[in-house]
Design a protein around this ligand. Structure first.
Ligand SMILES: *Cc1c(COP(=O)(O)O)cnc(C)c1O
Ligand SMILES: [Zn+2]
Length: 410
């Protein structure tokens, strides 16, 4: 059973009942948000009930998820990723209470596994025979991974320029993969048309309302891992805006069921070469598509598909937006790796790059409890990482040569 009771349009506010698979608002085409019976959830889900629960995965928050039965739960561990106090990075930035949430530790090595867990579960619950999705890479490799754990092969559309490791994941997990001769946005539109034509399940981010439901679990974990003391601010790398809208929803859910008593500021970080959501944050502005070119492929998005919800999350929370250069994203990969022992892909290092900039401008205080998300593992895109670190020292297999080298190095 599930406490999900309806789907509300983020744009016009109309609520409809949940029946079969609904993607967007029938009236205005806006994105949908799942509503819950919070009073009923609050009677079951308490700090004590959670303390007794030994499930260490996204499913520990079942009562706040939209699935009805557990028979479609994947047999691999999704979520409950580590929240590290990163004291050395904190000292460097003059901060006392800085935390890193390492979501590269998910089964397909990115945050997207949270989204896929619920979205794929929903497809199976509804009896779809084909699951399809378009992706810059991670949503696809995540869908392929989780489907493989259940013996299913999804149909995937990726831009042909997606990093090799992500394409390798797709093929290894046995997905049917189409490398689209175009951008992520082209792959997205093709996937949506194909799903309509063939009646397939569409997992696309910012179109399927259930991806946000999986993504919000990160906020539940952060609060629980901090002993139910919510942070003051959370920094999120933003592409389509679905993670950040999920992060905000997660905190609001916990407030609604009485598990926390205040909400953090939500801070959106984008590359200045893919900044559609940050550009739209000032009052009176609207989302306008950009021509995205950032090296951080996972957040390279022309038209953010969950833009309205993302902008609302930042505004409602009293947060802010930050744009960072690709150079500083590459630097952040190295700093996080050396400062915390965590290897992030470019998008995964972007929130930290934004934090550095905000510390310079005073947007985050030295005594605040701050969490930044690392959303993807660095092994997914070693080519970009290599741009920041140079090459190893060539060496002959000879002790003599090695000693010569050492004497020169002094
Ligand atoms: C998808 C992704 C993001 C951005 O999430 P959106 O929901 O598109 O804003 C950030 N980092 C990584 C590693 C991702 O895969
Ligand atoms: Zn609507």
């Amino acid at each position: 059973m599930s406490f999900a009771i309806g789907l509300t349009c983020i744009s016009c506010g109309r609520t409809q009942k949940i029946e079969g698979m609904q993607y967007v608002c029938p009236d205005c085409g806006g994105n949908l948000d799942v509503e819950y019976d919070y009073e009923a959830v609050a009677r079951r889900l308490t700090r004590e009930s959670l303390a007794r629960d030994d499930d260490r995965s996204v499913w520990r928050y079942w009562d706040l998820l939209p699935l009805r039965d557990r028979s479609h739960v994947m047999p691999i561990q999704i979520g409950w990723t580590p929240l590290y106090p990163v004291r050395r990075l904190g000292r460097k930035l003059g901060m006392e209470k800085l935390y890193l949430k390492d979501d590269g530790r998910n089964p397909s090595a990115s945050f997207k596994d949270r989204a896929s867990s619920v979205a794929v579960g929903k497809a199976l619950e509804l009896g779809f025979s084909v699951i399809a999705g378009a992706s810059t890479g991670n949503a696809a490799s995540s869908t392929a991974c989780l489907c493989a754990s259940l013996g299913i092969s999804p149909t995937i559309f990726v831009p042909k320029a997606a990093p090799k490791a992500k394409i390798a994941q797709l093929l290894v997990f046995g997905a049917r993969v189409f490398a689209v001769d175009g951008s992520y946005d082209d792959a997205f539109d093709l996937c949506t048309e194909v799903c309509r034509e063939y009646g397939w399940y569409n997992r696309n981010t910012g179109y399927n309302p259930y991806t946000r439901e999986g993504k919000k679990t990160v906020s539940y974990e952060i609060c629980e891992q901090l002993g139910w003391n919510p942070p003051d601010a959370v920094l999120v790398p933003v592409g389509d805006g679905n993670i950040i809208s999920g992060v905000w929803k997660g905190f609001k859910d916990l407030l609604a069921v009485g598990l926390i008593d205040r909400l953090p500021r939500i801070i959106a970080v984008q590359s200045e070469k893919s900044g559609a959501i940050v550009d739209a944050l000032p009052a009176g502005r609207e989302i306008r598509p950009v021509a995205a070119t950032t090296i951080a492929d996972s957040i390279s998005v022309d038209l953010p598909r969950d833009g309205a919800a993302a902008v609302r999350a930042v505004r409602e929370s009293g947060g802010t937006g930050v744009l960072v250069g690709d150079e500083s994203i590459l630097e952040a990969i190295v700093e996080i790796a050396r400062g915390a022992g965590v290897f992030a892909e470019p998008a995964g290092a972007t929130a930290y790059a934004g934090l550095k900039k905000l510390r310079e401008t005073g947007g985050v205080g030295p005594g605040e409890t701050v969490v930044f998300l690392v959303t993807g593992n660095g092994l997914k895109d070693v080519q970009s990482a290599m741009k920041a670190v140079g090459e190893p020292t060539p060496m002959a297999p000879s002790l003599e040569r090695f000693k010569e080298y050492m004497s020169k190095e002094g």
